[in-house]
Write a protein that binds this ligand. Structure first.
Ligand code: SAM
Ligand code: MG
Length: 214
């Protein structure tokens, strides 16, 4: 019978990763994507940049836009202190079902709240539904034309405080030109590019890290 790529990625985790060991989950997915099938995870190379930002910010509240199979969710959540909370949004129910199992395999379900639905619908409800005041860190990795409208929506909804960090993936490939233009020129942000490569390839891509100045 036919399986999907996310199902095959989950099978690779169940076969090769140790339950309760997030790094073994990350490693199993990276191996699958390098040896078997490319997939749209942030990947090992940019993943190291993501890890260093999470460690530096040491956030208590994190929002991830775009869960897919939970690869970056596992990377981020494994670096959070025990009281911290990561909310991750995914609008594809098939991907969300896989991600729940990947996150559980890593033993991180207590730190992660996976919310199914579209970012534009959930961002305005963060305060009311999840008691979030502001996010310390937001990882933007959903569809690229949503980075800019969702950033403006987070501003309007008061979800960013002075010092909140936005970290945006794939700003070069596939690229987010309207977002980069905004974030680099707005006096409300201080922004920095981290050059790297598109996941599992040698094509240039990078992460944009932006501090909200209030
Ligand atoms: N962050 C993941 C990782 O590195 O492992 C990869 C995320 S993948 C590049 C983007 C995901 O965002 C897809 O699974 C897609 O279904 C989801 N998505 C795209 N637009 C969305 C939106 N507006 N709201 C919620 N999910 C969205
Ligand atoms: Mg990405």
């Amino acid at each position: 019978t036919q399986t999907t790529r996310p199902q095959r990625m989950l099978a690779a985790v169940q076969k090769n990763a140790t339950r309760g060991d997030p790094r073994s989950v990350v490693k199993a997915i990276d191996q699958f994507c390098r040896q078997k099938e490319w997939a749209m995870n942030v990947g090992d190379e940019k993943g190291c940049i993501l890890d260093s930002v999470v460690t530096e910010v040491n956030p208590a509240t994190v929002l991830e836009l775009g869960t897919y199979c939970g690869y970056s969710t596992v990377r981020i959540a494994s670096l959070l202190p025990s009281n911290a909370k990561l909310i991750t949004l995914e609008f594809n129910p098939d991907y969300a079902a896989i991600a729940r199992q990947v996150i559980a395999w890593a033993g991180l379900e207590d730190k992660v709240q996976l919310v199914e639905g579209a970012s534009g619908d959930w961002i305005p409800k963060m305060k009311e539904k999840f008691g979030i005041e502001t996010f310390d860190l937001v990882f933007l990795d959903h569809w690229k034309d949503r980075y800019l409208p969702d950033t403006k929506l987070m501003e309007e909804c008061g979800l960013l405080r002075k010092g909140s960090i936005l970290l945006a993936d794939n700003v070069i490939c596939p690229g987010t030109p309207d977002y980069l233009e905004y974030i680099r020129n707005s006096p409300r942000y201080k922004s920095q590019y981290f050059k790297s490569h598109l996941e599992y390839t040698k094509v240039e891509d990078g992460l944009e890290k932006s501090v909200f100045l209030g």
